[in-house]
Design a protein around this ligand. Structure first.
Ligand SMILES: Cc1ncc(C[n+]2csc(CCOP(=O)(O)OP(=O)(O)O)c2C)c(N)n1
Length: 652
């Protein structure tokens, strides 16, 4: 038995070592060190079916320590996933290989999430575990009842996001969440004692987690630990004492195995030491068959589960009702019935009310700003540790974890997620937002208090460069609606897009309605469109977004009094506008020589529309603490000042 275990674990070690050597880059130390632990996990505990990587009730395995990607690729190949062949492994880290430097999420492949930025995987795993509890509650234990395993290193646990995520997981008592801690006490700079002296037991237990410490090379201890967690009542950390680069005579236990190939000579010595007589990438059929047997176990499990699923399919469909088309129409009609000055955060709340009434798969939340972000409606039910029959999460003041958790919620299967904070704190969320975009998952970020319009809280809270920075993330739609109607439209666009995450940038301050007529056309879908024209023949185009569209309108009317005629273009989403036809873009942008932009934020991004010769009104310094009307005046964002400057600009 021990021989079989060693053989199985050594397959992982040598595939990893040899692939890193061939690529001449990568991280062999971690897979070598943790191979024993994951071998026991996959062989005796993990519920998975390589023939259907999307099986709804599979256990999730998240490699948070993404640099050890060869560990995951080896396991997927060995257990028989079609997504990864031995040739793919030979192309580790090469252009277009699925075996990328760090795991990159692809649906239906066994790669459950994209990891690499350390600690992200932990928050994703917490999201997956919450999704499991929610869906178990809705669909029944016979349909959903699985574990989420997350493999982390010292680095993941040093990251702030690990503290936030684990604290919330403990609070919610996510019993089916198991963290495997590759406790090798080595990171890049050397021993972790250079930077950490945490008492892990105390740390994790204080979060409300179980803590089990084992020798990560002793398969009996590993087995017992996994056995024990099957019946846990709270989340568990299995801290596995391991040796990084296990099996390397000269390099094991050293940071030199962390992120560089071992070198041909050392690899020869590892082969001798671990008694592995096979050539690089050669897995003896006998051992490969043993791995395949492990993979094949899942087919039976899934077949059994399928029988129950088929019986309940109709009910499941009903329980996962994902319909919100009516909500938008009703909401649009409501908005014109009740035309009044309204903050877009409030408009968002009304929209959410309409959606939540119909839709059960959208899970909301906020990082302790529910009342300010207007993310919680009267139709929401709060999720807590004893009741997952809800659709709202109080994330606490944990923005970064919230966003990583939302990624996990969305990755699980049927749920969508949105969460709120102030736009300024999108900086705390940035790496998770970027990963939603990279993974192509439609998470929705509700970011309120989106400019100096928030007033007295001052420059620490007033976003300046945030919109520019978010707009520059590929595959992310940044919406900045100008009134209630646009807010409804932007929500609709965000929800209908399953592959592109969205930012909804919303105001704290009230805005006058601009779109006052019902139309079943979603104008925001054009990204930019005309909302006002003061003359048939115009000599000026004024582009604006969100709260500044009203300012643009006032300016436009003011100019008209002096016979300077213009059109105002609302730009709720630059990314969608950029995807319009050349003809449409030309119609919007090329009608006049003079172009102006107004947005109470950094002016940079508008240059792509107005050019260097255009006139950009915005703020390229930090904000101010004062009543918001005074701050607008201070920065010259008034119709009076802008129209004066425009007149000078166009020589009138
Ligand atoms: C957020 C983030 N910061 C820094 C890095 C660069 N990095 C990759 S691995 C690593 C050290 C990780 O140490 P550990 O988790 O102990 O991994 P091991 O040495 O055991 O492989 C660092 C700093 C990263 N990937 N992500």
């Amino acid at each position: 038995m021990t021989q079989l275990h060693n053989d199985l674990a050594n397959c992982i070690r040598f595939l990893s070592v040899d692939a890193v050597q061939k690529a001449n880059s990568g991280h062999p130390g971690m897979p070598m060190g943790i191979a024993d632990v994951v071998t026991v996990l996959f062989k005796d505990f993990l519920k998975f079916n390589p023939k259907n990587p999307n099986w709804l009730n599979r256990d999730r395995f998240v490699l948070s320590a993404g640099h050890g990607s060869m560990l995951l690729y080896s396991l997927l190949y060995l257990t028989g996933y079609k997504s990864i062949s031995i040739n793919d492994i030979k192309k580790f880290r090469q252009l277009n290989s699925i075996c990328a430097g760090h795991p990159e999420y692809h649906p239906n492949t066994g790669i459950e999430t994209t990891t690499g930025p350390l600690g992200q995987g932990i928050s994703n795993a917490v999201g997956l575990a919450i999704a499991e509890e929610i869906l178990k509650n809705r669909l029944g234990k016979d349909i959903i009842n699985h574990k989420t395993y997350v493999l982390v290193g010292d680095g993941c646990l040093m990251e702030g996001i690990s503290h936030e995520s684990m604290s919330l997981a403990g609070h919610l008592k996510l019993k089916n969440l198991i963290m495997i801690f590759d406790n090798n006490s080595i990171s890049i700079d050397g021993p972790t004692s250079l930077a950490v002296s945490d008492d892990y037991k105390k740390r994790f237990e204080s979060y409300g987690w179980n803590y089990i410490l084992i020798d990560g090379h002793d398969k009996n201890q590993i087995f017992k630990a996994f056995k024990k967690v099957q019946y846990a009542k709270k989340p568990t950390v299995i801290s596995c004492k391991t040796t990084i680069g296990y099996g390397s005579p000269n390099k094991s236990g050293k940071s030199s195995t962390h992120g560089s190939p071992l070198g041909e000579n050392e690899i020869k010595l590892v082969r001798q030491k671990l008694n592995w007589k096979h050539k690089p990438f050669e897995i003896p059929v006998k051992i490969l068959n043993e791995w395949k047997k492990i993979g094949n176990k899942g087919s039976k499990l899934e077949a059994k589960w399928n029988k129950i699923y088929k019986r309940k399919r109709k009910l499941i469909k009903k329980l996962l009702k994902n319909n919100f088309t009516k909500a938008f129409k009703t909401e649009k009609l409501n908005s014109i019935k009740d035309l009044k000055s309204l903050a877009t955060r409030k408009s968002s709340e009304f929209t959410l009310e309409a959606i939540t009434r119909e839709n059960t798969t959208l899970i909301g939340g906020s990082a302790d700003l529910a009342g300010s972000n207007n993310t919680k409606t009267k139709y929401h039910k709060v999720i807590n540790s004893i009741n997952f029959n809800g659709n709202y999460i109080h994330y606490g003041v944990r923005e970064h974890a919230m966003c990583g958790i939302m990624n996990g919620l969305a990755l699980h299967s049927k749920l969508r997620a949105y969460g709120g904070t102030f736009l300024i704190f999108s900086d705390y969320c940035k790496s998770s937002i970027r990963l939603s975009a990279l993974m192509k998952i439609g998470v929705i970020y509700v970011m309120t208090h989106d400019s100096i319009g928030l007033g007295e809280d001052g420059p620490t809270h007033q976003p300046i460069e945030q919109l520019t920075s978010l707009r520059s993330i590929p595959n992310l739609n940044v919406f900045r609606p100008c009134d209630r109607m646009e807010t409804i439209e932007c929500w609709e666009l965000a929800l209908k897009n399953f592959k592109t995450p969205s930012i909804l940038s919303l105001t704290r301050q009230n805005l006058e309605p601009i779109r006052k007529k019902y139309s079943n056309i979603n104008y925001s879908a054009f990204g930019a469109y005309e909302v006002l024209r003061t003359g048939k023949k115009i000599n000026l185009t004024i582009l604006a977004s969100g709260s500044e569209v009203n300012l643009a309108i006032d300016t436009s009317y003011k100019l008209a009094k002096d016979r300077i005629y213009s059109k105002v273009v609302s730009v709720p989403c630059m990314e969608l506008f950029d995807r319009q036809t050349d003809l449409y873009k030309k119609k919007i942008l090329k009608e006049t020589k003079f172009k102006i932009s107004i947005e109470a934020a950094s002016t940079d991004y508008w240059r792509k529309y107005i050019g260097t010769e255009g006139l950009a009104f915005g703020i390229d310094t930090f904000g101010k603490s004062a009543p918001y009307e005074d701050i607008y005046k201070h920065f010259g964002l008034t119709a009076e000042n802008i129209s004066k400057k425009i007149k000078y600009f166009i020589g009138k």
